[in-house]
Write a protein that binds this ligand. Structure first.
Ligand SMILES: [Zn+2]
Ligand SMILES: [Zn+2]
Ligand SMILES: [Zn+2]
Length: 340
């Protein structure tokens, strides 16, 4: 995440703010500019979901759709009379705005369901109170069980599956990885390189998942994978690795925005001035990420909390992350026609 400034008084403001706490100016996020701007500006109006989704994004005044670029991606949400799900819906939409922001930052294209009714992106945010909901992705539609935003429920599932980390934002980053797979890998020569690293994605999916959930979860997995769940199927490995790529890029962007640079004790060389956002290779990103993640883990432990980033990146996992970086750069270069 970047840092933001109130355009009236210069005060530091945050992505989620609806007003400046210093001068009282009402603020909203203008996705077309990627900035928080005074919301009473003539060229914007507030998103229609401002209240129901706690949305602080704005809609351009000449836009015929009353929903912001994030809210309009949600196809199904709990009924307004389902008050128990209202809070979970707000929390999930909040995480989704972070996701959409980051995809814009990385220049990854988002094609909505309205633009492509077969493969376009849409979110079904469903309550599992009355019927089971399986979080997942299918042909552009991401389904999310809203109970995942309930801390005690999510923590219970996390323990049951022996996962070191489980968040709503993490789910969204995983599922969007599935959405991008056909765009980034499926139709390119990279399929060969993908299979060499992740395995053959044509392996039987249903059987692989069934086996994963039937067997008792093991806290130890092969160091070729970034998580236990990544071992289930090559496409799950891809989605888990993609989510990690987004974790790393966002956290590094935040650190850079606040001038946080770690130069010790594991990185004795002076910090570079090049922010990771411009990095040509994943190694450059990793050189910044590893010392930062060690420091953040140590800071968390000082507060009696678990590690902020409870993962170890083995050489094979680093290679997979490098592949994600490579195919993203390739798609972005292709989309913007730079030919590089
Ligand atoms: Zn202000
Ligand atoms: Zn909105
Ligand atoms: Zn998945």
């Amino acid at each position: 995440m970047r840092s933001f400034q109130c355009q009236r008084c210069g005060q530091l403001v945050f992505f989620e703010n609806t007003e400046c706490l210093h001068c009282g100016t009402s603020l909203g996020f203008a996705a077309d500019h990627g900035e928080l701007v005074p919301s009473e500006q003539a060229r914007y109006r507030r998103c229609l979901n401002a209240l129901i989704a706690g949305c602080n994004w704005l809609v351009a005044d000449d836009d015929p759709i009353d929903l912001c670029p994030s809210c309009r991606l949600t196809r199904t949400r709990p009924d307004d009379s389902d008050l128990a799900s209202a809070e979970a819906f707000r929390a999930t939409e909040s995480a989704k705005r972070r996701l959409v922001f980051q995809l814009h930052e990385l220049a990854l294209p988002i094609v909505s369901r309205a633009e492509d009714s077969d493969r376009g992106l849409a979110f079904d945010l469903l309550s599992s109170r009355d019927r089971p909901v399986r979080t997942g992705h299918k042909y552009g539609v991401i389904t999310l069980d809203l109970s995942e935003s309930d801390d005690s429920h999510r923590e219970a599932v996390r323990r049951q599956l022996a996962e070191p980390y489980r968040t709503v934002l993490g789910h969204l980053r995983h599922e969007i990885g599935h959405y991008y797979w056909p765009l980034l890998v499926g139709r390119q020569d990279d399929a060969q390189a993908f299979r060499a690293l992740f395995g053959d994605e044509r392996a039987d999916y249903a059987q692989a998942l069934e086996e994963h959930y039937r067997q008792p979860p093991s806290p130890v997995w092969d160091d070729a994978y970034v998580s236990g769940y990544a071992t289930t199927h090559p496409l799950e490995d891809w989605a888990e690795t993609f989510a990690h790529y987004l974790h790393i890029r966002d956290t590094l962007q935040t650190a850079n925005a606040f001038g946080v640079r770690v130069s010790g004790p594991v990185a004795p060389e002076p910090a570079r001035s090049t922010p990771a956002a411009d990095a040509a290779t994943f190694e450059t990103i990793l050189d910044e990420w590893l010392p930062l993640s060690y420091a953040l883990n140590a800071v968390n432990r000082s507060m009696g909390k678990g590690d902020l980033y409870p993962f170890v990146l083995s050489p094979t996992v680093v290679e997979k992350l490098g592949f994600v970086h490579h195919v993203i750069r390739q798609l972005v270069a292709f989309t913007f026609g730079s030919g590089s």
